[in-house]
Design a protein around this ligand. Structure first.
Ligand code: NAG
Ligand code: NAG
Ligand code: NAG
Ligand code: NAG
Ligand code: NAG
Length: 361
């Protein structure tokens, strides 16, 4: 009985959601992750959130593209381009979409739908093999006028980048190695069998992607901590005939977390407990990402040069994504990634520089 209900639900949702395949992604939900890897507590939502289940919802309500579609030069990012969508520039929780409650040092999951960017890669020639790189920046001092160029690839893990107001908390592949939407492509079909899960009203039969990271251990209790999620998704030059010079394409979501005392903090027990195997894919962290969050420990803003918690592959343009979960990158590759980040951050930030193209070539 329960089985036939959920399969009926999944078919209904397949039909409902299939038309969103060409749309783009944003952070749909945040969850706190307990020390055993299980999501705990109530979900939290971005600023200005509108749930995809809301009447009349369409993706542009939640997506924010830089540079905007109507800019003649699609490789040009202006110093005035804000990092947040107009509805996400100030603290702005909508009814039914509260902030995430989490403690300093907690591991949290940011969850997003791949929207075909992972499972139908041939639809967008010239895109990076890792389906773009996703970054999370954190600050206790957000500004309404924060711009992309003053923060992205400028704020660093040590908190010494740019104006020093924030820190790079996480950097990873957009493709988390298992997420999918339901379609007839071979990648989706492979993942549907490799990573089965029960459909629900929010995700439908699709499986959302995750970016798992730890809040800084010095995030101040009783205050808000702001996260800027940036998906950097450039098109390389010379691949798509309609884009001979390639283009920049970035999407962001801006979010706040209520930093609360104690609670479900994993930082206290992270040493003793480990990820419990074989958990529901809908209700638990991704084992490899969670292991990296645990291994790198809580992020302290004043800490030295720890590598971003990620297994970012250097992105090259081929339409074939990895079919297995992202392998852990050897230490020397992470060091190289860090050096590239440092290299780009010491360049003047007012104009896009050669550094912008490092990961797309
Ligand atoms: C993990 O821990 C949480 C909170 O302590 C608990 O609710 C959950 O059932 C545990 N999950 C597993 C798989 O043991
Ligand atoms: C807050 O978010 C809602 C929904 O996105 C939006 O309609 C509203 O204009 C936003 N308010 C501000 C001040 O940005
Ligand atoms: C578009 O902007 C990029 C980045 O600033 C620049 O290198 C390029 O020359 C511009 N193209 C045109 C046609 O102005
Ligand atoms: C943003 O606002 C702050 C004050 O809130 C101001 O000092 C700063 O110059 C502004 N930056 C830009 C780029 O407008
Ligand atoms: C999907 O098909 C492409 C092209 O034939 C192939 O390169 C790729 O390995 C396949 N992926 C999977 C998961 O089967």
């Amino acid at each position: 009985m329960e089985l036939s209900c959920s399969s009926a639900l999944s078919w209904f949702l397949v039909v409902l959601l299939f038309s969103t395949v060409d749309a783009h992604s944003w952070i749909e939900q945040m969850k706190v992750i307990a020390a055993n890897g299980t999501f705990v507590g109530s979900p939290g939502y971005a600023r200005g959130n509108v749930l995809r289940t809301a009447p009349g919802f369409s993706d542009p309500t939640m997506t924010y593209l830089i540079p905007p579609d109507d800019r003649a030069n699609q490789s040009l990012i202006l110093p005035t381009d804000r990092i947040c969508k107009s509805t996400q520039r100030t603290y702005n929780q909508t009814e039914g979409s509260p902030r995430l409650q989490a403690s300093a040092g907690d591991a949290i999951a940011l969850r997003y739908q791949e929207n075909g960017h992972v499972t139908l890669p041939w639809n967008q020639p010239g895109k990076p093999k890792n389906r773009g790189t996703i970054y999370v920046y954190g600050t206790t001092e957000p500004r309404e006028n924060d711009t992309l160029l003053e923060i992205h690839k400028v704020w660093n893990t040590a908190g010494t980048g740019g104006d020093g107001r924030g820190v790079l908390l996480s950097k990873q592949n957009f493709d988390d190695g298992r997420c999918y939407q339901i379609n007839n492509g071979n990648i989706s079909e492979y993942r549907q069998s490799a990573f089965p899960h029960v459909a629900d009203t929010l995700m439908g039969a699709d499986l959302w992607c995750q970016q798992d990271l730890a809040l800084p251990s010095d995030a101040p209790s009783g205050k808000l901590y702001t996260l800027y999620w940036v998906w950097d998704w450039p098109t390389a030059p010379g691949v798509d005939p309609s884009l001979p010079k390639g283009k920049q394409e970035l999407y962001t979501t801006c979010m706040d977390v209520d930093v609360v005392e104690g609670g479900s903090s994993v930082s206290h027990s992270r040493v003793q407990e480990g990820y419990v195997e074989d958990q529901s894919l809908d209700q638990a962290a991704i084992p490899s990402e969670f292991a990296e969050v645990m291994a790198s420990g809580p992020k302290i803003k004043t800490e030295g040069s720890s590598a971003p918690s990620s297994s970012t592959l250097d992105a090259t343009s081929t339409p074939t994504p990895p079919i297995t979960p992202t392998p852990t990158v050897p230490a020397q590759v992470l060091v190289l990634t860090t050096l590239i980040t440092i290299h780009t951050t010491i360049e003047p930030s007012a104009q896009p520089s050669g550094g912008w193209l490092v990961e797309s070539t």
